[in-house]
Design a protein around this ligand. Structure first.
Ligand SMILES: Nc1nc2c(ncn2[C@@H]2O[C@H](COP(=O)(O)OP(=O)(O)OP(=O)(O)O)[C@@H](O)[C@H]2O)c(=O)[nH]1
Ligand SMILES: [Mg+2]
Length: 301
C-alpha cells in the first residue's frame, strides 16, 4: 500500500461523504476519524437517518465528514427518503469514503452502490472495514475493489479497534485540495443541541430492543430549558413507537427498560452539555409516523 507524504506548510480542506450498506460501520468510522462520538451507532441496520457532520482539524488542515444513512434497496417511504439523503450527498462531496463490511458477502445492494460510485471514481477512497472479525475476506475485497476502481485508494481498517485510521487520514489529507478551514478549530460537529439530544436518546433505546423495533422508534424533544442560572438543563422528551404493544416492550416490567434508557442517555448528555442534565422521558405510540410526510420532513433532511 502506497502511503503519501504531506508537504509541510500547505493547509488542506475537504468535504468527505461516507457511503455504504446499512451497518457497514460508517458512523463508527466517522467517530473514530474525528476522535469524538458524533454519530450514533447500533447493531441494527439503518441507525443513521440524517446527514451528520463530523469535523477533524489537525495541523494538516480540516476534513469535514458527512455521515449518511445506509444505502438500502427498498421502496418503503422511509427507506426511499434515506436513500435520497445518501445519494444526493455524493455530488457535492470533494471526496467519497466508501465503507465496505469485510465480514459480509457482497450482494445486489453492494453492487448497486459500486455502480453508482463508478462515475465518482476519481474522488473515491474505499475503506474495507471490520477486518478484526476472524475469517473476514479483506484480501479478496481489496482485490475486487482495486479492480473495480483503478484510480481509487483501497485500504483495510477496523473502526471498532481503531486500526488503519492514521493511514486513512494520511490518504484523505493527501487527496484533499489546498484550502481554508471551514469551521473554528474547536468544532467537531455542527449538529443542533436538540438533534444531538434526540439522537443520544434514540441510540440508547434502539440498543435495548431487537428485530423490527429499532426502525419503529423516533424521539421528539418537547422542550429544553436552562435552569439554576445556566447550571442545569431540563430536557423533556418523548420516545415514540408505532404500536401500543411496542410501548410495553420499551417500558419493560415495572418500568426497568425506560429507566435504563433514561439513565444511560442522561449520563451521555451530561458529558456533552456543560450543564447538569435532567431528562424527563416518556413513551408514546403513533401508528402512522413512518408514513407521515410532516413527521418525516422534520426527522429526515
Ligand atoms: N467487529 C467490528 N464491528 C464494527 C466495526 N465497525 C462498526 N462495527 C459494528 O457494526 C455495527 C454497525 O455500526 P454503525 O457504525 O452503526 O454502522 P453504519 O454503517 O453507520 O450503519 P447505518 O447508520 O445503519 O447505515 C455496530 O454494532 C458497530 O459496533 C468494526 O470495525 N469491527
Ligand atoms: Mg450510521
Amino acid at each position: 500500500m502506497f502511503l503519501p507524504k504531506i508537504r509541510i506548510g500547505t493547509m488542506k480542506s475537504a468535504f468527505i461523504t461516507l457511503i455504504g450498506r446499512p451497518s457497514a460501520g460508517k458512523s463508527t468510522l466517522m467517530n473514530e476519524l474525528c476522535g469524538h462520538k458524533i454519530s450514533i451507532v447500533a447493531p441494527s441496520p439503518q441507525t443513521t437517518r440524517n446527514r451528520v457532520r463530523g469535523i477533524l482539524t489537525d495541523p494538516r488542515g480540516q476534513l469535514v465528514f458527512i455521515d449518511t444513512p445506509g444505502y438500502h434497496l427498498s421502496d418503503k417511504k422511509l427507506n426511499l427518503q434515506l436513500k435520497s439523503v445518501s445519494v444526493s450527498a455524493l455530488e457535492d462531496a470533494d471526496l467519497i469514503l466508501y465503507v465496505v463490511d469485510a465480514s459480509r458477502k457482497t450482494g445486489e445492494e453492494e453492487d448497486n452502490i459500486s455502480e453508482i460510485l463508478k462515475v465518482f471514481h476519481k474522488k473515491l477512497i474505499v475503506a474495507i472495514n471490520k477486518t478484526d472479525i476472524p475469517g473476514n475476506k479483506s484480501r479478496d475485497f481489496i482485490d475486487k475493489f482495486e479492480e473495480l476502481f483503478p484510480e481509487a485508494s483501497v485500504l483495510p481498517v477496523s473502526a471498532l479497534e481503531s486500526r488503519g485510521i492514521d493511514d486513512l487520514k494520511l490518504i484523505l489529507f493527501d487527496k484533499a485540495e489546498e484550502g481554508e478551514k471551514m469551521y473554528p478549530d474547536e468544532f467537531f460537529t455542527d449538529q443542533e443541541p436538540e438533534f444531538r439530544a434526540s439522537e443520544i436518546i434514540r441510540e440508547k433505546a434502539i440498543n435495548r430492543v431487537t428485530e423490527e423495533l429499532p426502525h419503529a422508534i423516533y424521539v421528539e424533544i418537547a422542550d429544553m430549558e436552562e435552569a439554576e442560572e445556566g447550571k442545569a438543563l431540563w430536557i423533556r422528551a418523548f420516545l415514540i413507537v408505532e404500536r401500543e404493544s411496542q410501548k410495553g416492550i420499551v417500558v419493560g416490567k415495572g418500568g426497568v427498560g425506560i429507566k435504563a434508557i433514561r439513565v444511560e442517555a442522561q449520563k451521555e448528555l451530561n458529558k456533552i452539555f456543560p450543564y447538569r442534565v435532567h431528562l424527563d422521558l416518556r413513551v408514546k405510540a403513533n401508528s402512522k409516523w413512518r408514513r407521515n410526510d410532516q413527521i418525516l420532513a422534520k426527522l429526515i433532511y
